[in-house]
Design a protein around this ligand. Structure first.
Ligand SMILES: *[C@@H]1O[C@H](CO)[C@@H](O)[C@H](O)[C@H]1NC(C)=O
Ligand SMILES: *[C@@H]1O[C@H](CO)[C@@H](O)[C@H](O)[C@H]1NC(C)=O
Ligand SMILES: *[C@@H]1O[C@H](CO)[C@@H](O)[C@H](O)[C@H]1NC(C)=O
Ligand SMILES: *[C@@H]1O[C@H](CO)[C@@H](O)[C@H](O)[C@H]1NC(C)=O
Length: 302
């Protein structure tokens, strides 16, 4: 009887956790880049309510810059809006697709402050950025606008946030969807849903996840089921100086995302402190390890 009650409670909480979330989405490659649209479709198919608020143009490498948006002098990226368009705007037939003619941080801020109250009636439950067309590993995270948007959300706006990055080249939203774009969108949705299923708070305060995907080609890592998720760290640890990481696989330190992402079909998941874009401590890593538990695997010993 007792075990039946527990089972029913687990089932009930699973059902509740499967609820649709309100998600704000940004990137640094631009609102019209195909990855953000493919991810939108995947999250929407999974039942979430998603609003895109991303730069009008490619803003790759602009870190945490933030500036009042201005009217478009030139057309938006890939001709996705005409020259002379207002500083912020949206797709007339899909108002959830919004551009901001400024930096990634400015874009996600507009999404959180202005669009979320309008579409969600309040703050978003979660912020996502990317998938970026290019990995953001180690020191690169400092200049990445995709990471800038996620860390703004996690630190300043106190919204749990995930930055996703893979390998690819900027592609217009109305081209045919590259294989990698679909694989990354599905993997990112899986991680997002796994995190959501573990309940609130989705992440500890001021924590963001830096997630990177291995390259996808026709004959290597070409489908979602070939990928494995590994808990990693952003920066290399220095023995005796760096405090121990959480014990995920029997080692003192987690492997670096840079060393893992090129080893095979891996998704690296690093736990970062949004305030300084550095690795989080072992307590925060432990929370994420427990939340993503079922998804994470250890690297094969070489
Ligand atoms: C986007 O901007 C980055 C940084 O300035 C640049 O390296 C890249 O080539 C740009 N991409 C496109 C498609 O113009
Ligand atoms: C705007 O949305 C419509 C309908 O989904 C689509 O056909 C069109 O390509 C979109 N344009 C942009 C720039 O998003
Ligand atoms: C995508 O839409 C833009 C703006 O309407 C247009 O200039 C471009 O030719 C379209 N590209 C494709 C592949 O349809
Ligand atoms: C995520 O992927 C794993 C492994 O492929 C699968 O077992 C699991 O059901 C997926 N979870 C979600 C929430 O999509």
């Amino acid at each position: 009887m007792r075990s039946f009650t527990v089972g029913a409670a687990v089932l009930l909480s699973t059902a509740l956790n499967a609820q649709a979330l309100n998600i704000i989405s940004s990137n640094d490659d631009g609102w019209a880049e195909i990855n953000i649209r493919t991810f939108y479709n995947a999250l929407t198919s999974a039942g979430h309510d998603v609003v895109i608020s991303a730069p009008a143009d490619n803003q790759s490498g602009t870190g945490s810059r933030d500036e009042e948006p201005s009217e478009l002098e030139d057309p938006c990226q890939f001709n996705s809006c005409p020259a002379g368009s207002p500083a912020v705007g949206f797709n007339q037939s899909e108002p959830r697709f919004n551009y901001v003619n400024s930096y990634p941080v400015t874009s996600i801020k507009h999404g959180i402050d202005t669009l979320s109250p309008k579409f969600f009636g309040g703050a978003p439950d979660l912020a996502v950025a990317g998938p970026n067309t290019g990995n953001n590993l180690g020191a690169t995270t400092a200049i990445s606008g995709t990471v800038g948007a996620a860390t703004y959300a996690a630190h300043t706006a106190k919204i749990p946030a995930i930055a996703f990055s893979g390998v690819g080249s900027e592609t217009a939203w109305n081209e045919s969807t590259p294989l990698y774009s679909q694989v990354y969108a599905d993997l990112a949705t899986n991680l997002t849903d796994t995190l959501i299923a573990a309940g609130t708070p989705y992440l500890p305060e001021d924590i963001w996840l830096n997630v990177n995907f291995a390259e996808v080609t026709e004959d290597k890592c070409s489908s979602v089921d070939q990928f494995q998720f590994v808990l990693t760290r952003i920066f290399k640890a220095f023995p005796l100086i760096t405090p121990d990481d959480v014990d995920a696989c029997g080692e003192t330190y987690l492997p670096t995302e840079t060393s893992v992402v090129r080893k095979g079909c891996f998704v690296t998941v690093s736990v970062g402190t949004a305030e300084n874009k550095k690795d989080a401590d072992s307590d925060a890593q432990k929370v994420v390890l427990e939340k993503l538990g079922s998804l994470l695997t250890c690297l094969p010993k070489d």
